[in-house]
Design a protein around this ligand. Structure first.
Ligand code: ZN
Ligand code: ZN
Length: 393
């Protein structure tokens, strides 16, 4: 038997292995969908996922990196070490409006199906459970803790409205701001007050002015979380949460200083005192490994999907997979689960994440990921090429 026919046979086998899990993966992803849990509170989801992996022969470590809902499932030994990443956190009020329940299903499904490839060619497959993608950047924390140091490459598939092998995600950091002023009767003695709300409003005005003159793809957005107590009291306190994003880390550093100047200026203008805190976790821009993306794309196309090399959407967000992609070769392709006009983080997208198209996207993703594992363990030269593109370590 030639090597290519062994590979073809093994790919057919891992497809069958995903199909054999179809019922369980559907149930698992719908169960997670109907019990949405916010970042770092995903106890049910991480429990169900680790149980499933354990039952299917994976060795499980729970609570890795000091994060109770993070986990690592391992199968096999030695190189290459291939990580498949699962997300399972939901959004406040909207539930699974980012479809992370499907990411979870595709990751464990791919992991279990990949066992056939590991048994035949060696190497190891890890299914790494990464909590709190939306709000706290679980992967950024795990990357800092060294979870990916022994990993050769990392893959995951995210639900979207395009089938695309690569996508763009922005560097991103959060900013908490407070202004401290002085309360006074707003009518009887306005001259005695220092208006913390006005400082916040001026900051928004300054940011709006700044926004006209920033680079394409950069984003600044925020909300006011405290704007005072009563209309007849000069607000002594105001607070807001902001997010600053840019295409690369260098511009993010530049932009965050300019954003901060908007608040500093507003403090000077009003006499309110500024207090601020940059987010502990910073999302890095996503670095797509093209050699790995092309391999995944071929496998996904062989399942009858037409997959673009890059996502044409201008709807840029950020992902903590960016942080992983700066450490190891990585891909974060999109699988279409809804029509193009549906936007992520909407009730319609939450519906799509439990639809037949969603389940189909999850199963196809699991198949293509497992087929890519076949390519990787069977062809050390492909792994070497992927690492060369990344720059080695
Ligand atoms: Zn997401
Ligand atoms: Zn999201």
């Amino acid at each position: 038997m030639t090597k290519s026919s062994v590979i073809a046979e093994l790919k057919a086998l891992v497809i069958k292995e995903v199909e054999a899990q179809q019922k369980q993966l559907r149930e698992l992803s719908l169960k997670i969908h109907s019990a949405p849990e916010l970042g770092f509170k995903e106890t049910k989801a991480s429990g169900w996922l680790t149980q499933y992996l354990e039952k299917n022969g994976f060795a499980i470590e729970r609570g890795i990196s000091g994060l109770p809902t993070a986990f690592k499932g391992s199968y096999g030994e030695g190189k290459p070490v291939i990580a498949i990443l699962a997300e399972y956190d939901a959004l406040p009020k909207l539930g699974h409006a980012c479809g992370h329940n499907l990411i979870a299903g595709s990751a464990v499904g791919a992991g279990v199906a990949s066992k056939a490839a590991i048994d035949r060619f060696g190497g190891s497959v890890l299914v790494i459970g990464t909590p709190a993608e939306e709000l706290f950047g679980g992967k950024a924390i795990m990357a800092e803790q060294g979870v990916f140091n022994s990993v050769d490459l990392a893959m995951m598939v995210h639900p979207g409205v395009y089938d695309a092998a690569t996508t763009q995600a922005l560097a991103c950091i959060g900013l908490d701001v407070e202004f401290l002023g002085k309360a006074a009767h707003a009518s009887a003695q306005p001259e005695a007050g220092i208006n913390a709300l006005e400082a916040m409003l001026l900051s928004f005005a300054a940011i709006n002015s700044l926004r006209q003159h920033i680079k394409d793809k950069a984003r600044i957005h925020g909300i006011i979380t405290d704007g005072g107590e009563a209309a007849n009291i000069v607000p002594a306190h105001s607070a807001g949460i902001f997010i600053v994003r840019a295409e690369d880390d260098g511009y993010l550093d530049e932009l965050r200083e300019r954003v901060l100047d908007c608040f500093v200026g507003a403090a000077a203008a009003t006499g309110a005192r500024l207090e601020y805190r940059w987010g502990k976790v910073r999302y890095a821009p996503l670095r797509n490994n093209l050699a790995l993306a092309r391999l995944f794309r071929q496998n996904m196309q062989s399942l009858g999907r037409k997959v673009l090399l890059s996502n044409p959407s201008k709807a840029f967000g950020s992902t903590d997979m960016g942080n992983v992609s700066q450490i190891v070769p990585a891909i974060h392709p999109d699988v279409a689960i809804a029509p193009k006009e549906v936007i992520a983080h909407s009730p319609e997208f939450a519906q799509a994440a439990a639809s037949e198209a969603g389940i189909k996207g999850m199963l196809d993703s699991a198949k293509a990921l497992a087929m890519t594992v076949v390519d990787l363990v069977a062809n050390p030269e492909i792994v070497a090429r992927i690492k060369r593109e990344f720059g080695g370590r």
